[in-house]
Write a protein that binds this ligand. Structure first.
Ligand code: ADP
Ligand code: MG
Length: 328
């Protein structure tokens, strides 16, 4: 991976706020800060993992990148261009290049459609193929994801969860995208099926030069596939580092708490753990200062009043904490 080339995707100061009325009889408006000022880049061919508890804004980031949502503030640059400045045909091209794989293929695949039509639908919309050409392309896509061609005329309910995820992947690949956002793509699958799908995604990445943004609520799901990992807490990135650095020497206590939930196979390697207390605070009324201070075992008075900036620790690692952890 050449790091000196321009990133394929760059997100600058990205925000998505959802307004809500503060009370039934009040006209005062509050905001859920679903995404609250994100900056990151994604290089061609890499996998960026995004992790954090449910409700911290991961899916919103994915939908903003895919142009399914309008940002409240900030910019998304794709292939060197600010997507908000693209004309109609350029935007259509960008949309083809940005695809998504969902957590639950059962609800994202139309149960009444046959596999041939599900996988062929994007081709029908975007390409001027004859029926025969379209079928040939669908057959090629099914082979690519490890499904048989005799599956063409079946419906989603005739497949297992893993097979349905393969159908979702084939559909996402139909238009030769550059970036695929995998939103909890393996979270609902059994562990053995998860690793089959992860292996398939890795194989496709090597063969097709794909770039992934891999979203999950826990670190185990992103560990093996990610080159770098961003940890989100209440709409913000609290730490971002390459995978090995993040696992070996996290700087943010929240990252360490997420790591503490990962089983360590060798008991001799058991490290000091942080067990997360309580639930994620309400994103409509996040805690003052460092959002994490209400659950942080190391919090000091300053953490309640001052929001920490992201600081660089070398090797591309950044973390937002007033009292970053020392390497163990
Ligand atoms: P995650 O994917 O990490 O679970 P989401 O991006 O789905 O988180 O949601 C982040 C926050 O934004 C949550 O508090 C959620 O309730 C809120 N949210 C998401 N979509 C909407 C919406 N359309 N209207 C209002 N609030 C929303
Ligand atoms: Mg989500």
């Amino acid at each position: 991976m050449a790091l000196d080339t321009a990133p394929l995707l760059e997100v600058k100061g990205l925000k998505k706020y959802y307004p809500f009325k503060k009370g039934m009889f009040s006209s005062e408006v509050g905001y859920v800060r679903a995404v609250d000022g994100l900056d990151f880049t994604v290089q061609q061919g890499e996998t960026l993992g995004i992790v954090g508890e449910s409700g911290c804004g991961k899916s919103t980031v994915g939908q903003l990148i895919l142009q399914l949502l309008e940002p409240t503030e900030g910019e998304i640059w794709f292939q060197g261009k600010d997507v908000s400045t693209l004309g109609k045909s350029e935007l259509k091209q960008a949309r083809r290049n940005l695809q998504m794989i969902f957590q639950d293929p059962y609800s994202s695949l139309n149960p009444r459609m046959r596999v041939e039509d599900i996988v062929g639908e994007p081709l029908k919309i975007f390409e001027r193929y004859s029926k025969k050409e379209r079928r040939e392309k669908v057959v090629e896509l099914l082979r690519l994801v490890g499904l048989d061609t005799h599956h063409l005329s079946r419906h989603p309910h005739e497949f297992s969860g893993g097979q349905r995820q393969r159908i979702g992947i084939a559909r996402a690949l139909a238009l030769n995208p550059k970036i695929i956002v995998c939103d909890e793509a393996v979270s609902a699958l059994d562990v053995s099926i998860q690793s089959q799908i992860l292996n398939l995604l890795r194989k496709l990445q090597n063969e097709l030069g794909l770039t992934y943004i891999f979203i999950a609520h826990g670190l185990p799901a992103v560990k093996h596939i990610s080159d770098r990992i961003a940890v989100m807490y209440l709409g913000r990135i609290v730490e971002l580092a390459d995978r090995d650095t993040l696992f070996a020497s996290p700087k943010h206590p929240y990252t360490k708490a997420l790591l503490s939930a990962v089983p360590i196979p060798d008991p001799l390697l058991r490290k000091e753990r942080i067990i997360l207390q309580g639930d994620l605070p309400n994103p409509a009324a996040p805690p003052s200062g460092c959002h994490f201070h209400t659950r942080c075992p190391y919090a000091q008075p300053v953490c309640e009043t001052k929001s920490p900036e992201l600081m660089a620790y070398g090797g591309g690692q950044v973390a937002a904490c007033h009292f970053p952890l020392e390497a163990e």
